[in-house]
Design a protein around this ligand. Structure first.
Ligand code: NAP
Length: 217
């Protein structure tokens, strides 16, 4: 499949491109600056320009599936959280629906299933993720929503703890590498379509953990 990765220069995105290649996909890396094109090519992706706050839909042309792993990050203001994590994600969903791109994998966040359970400074971010997820769930697309807990740059273990359609509050951090591998596993079939899956670090091989009949480890 041609898989367009929005946020391809990010921590998860950079790790995802070579994994998609290894799995036989053709990754397209959607980035905000031509300065990032070499990095995308080095990782086996076809670079295309797209900015979620501006024009990005043409960069999705020809894609069979989209992975949304963009985010404003913790060092920007809540305005960017709204414009990128919420509005940008919703724009991506609508762009896919308009273009007939059916498969969408969203990188959301643990806690986004029920923002009322979260208090403190992170709550606006969790609300933004929740609303974007809901828009995707209400769309006609075949969606998988992955809700990882705190991300690390540790090496991947190939193992996670996955919770289908429940959003438990505690667990171990998870590496960006293991989230990237989980995305590839989701794209390998339709077992995760229609599910929101909370991901923690864990001990179950990813392929096994992402089968809906085995919902908790
Ligand atoms: N950090 C955590 O612990 C955590 C936990 C749970 C979920 N998440 C979610 O996981 C996802 C990926 O995390 P990460 O650590 O890989 O993020 P990251 O390294 O911060 O990467 C985010 C990417 O989004 C891109 N981006 C920002 N604004 C954009 C825009 N307007 N248009 C297009 N692209 C834009 C950035 O582009 P540039 O490279 O040009 O800046 C960057 O490459 C995010 O959705 C995040 O909210 C994070």
């Amino acid at each position: 499949m041609v898989v367009a990765v929005i946020g391809a220069n990010g921590g998860i995105g950079r790790r995802l491109l070579p994994l998609l290649n290894d799995a036989g996909h053709e990754p397209v890396g959607v980035v905000r600056s031509e300065d990032q094109f070499d990095t995308i090519r080095e990782r086996g992706g076809e670079p295309r320009l797209g900015d979620l706050e501006d024009e990005f839909a043409p960069a999705l042309e020809g894609a069979d599936a989209i992975v949304f792993t963009a985010g404003a990050g913790g060092s920007t203001g809540w305005d960017k959280t709204i414009l990128v994590d919420l509005w940008g994600a919703e724009r991506a969903v609508r762009a896919c629906a308009k273009r007939g791109i059916d498969r969408f994998v969203m990188i959301s966040s643990r806690g986004a299933g029920d923002p009322e359970r979260r208090q403190g400074p992170i709550k606006p971010y969790i609300v933004a993720k929740h609303v974007a997820d809901r828009t995707l769930q209400r769309s006609s697309l075949d969606e998988t929503i992955l809700r990882p807990t705190r991300l690390t740059d540790e090496e991947g273990t190939g193992r996670v703890a996955a919770y289908f359609d429940e959003d438990p509050e505690t667990g171990d951090p998870i590496s960006r590498a293991d989230v990237a591998q989980s995305v590839v596993t989701c794209l390998d079939g339709d077992a995760t379509v229609g599910h929101a899956i909370t991901l923690y670090g864990g001990g179950t091989p990813i392929e096994e953990a992402l089968r809906p009949d085995r919902s908790t480890q």
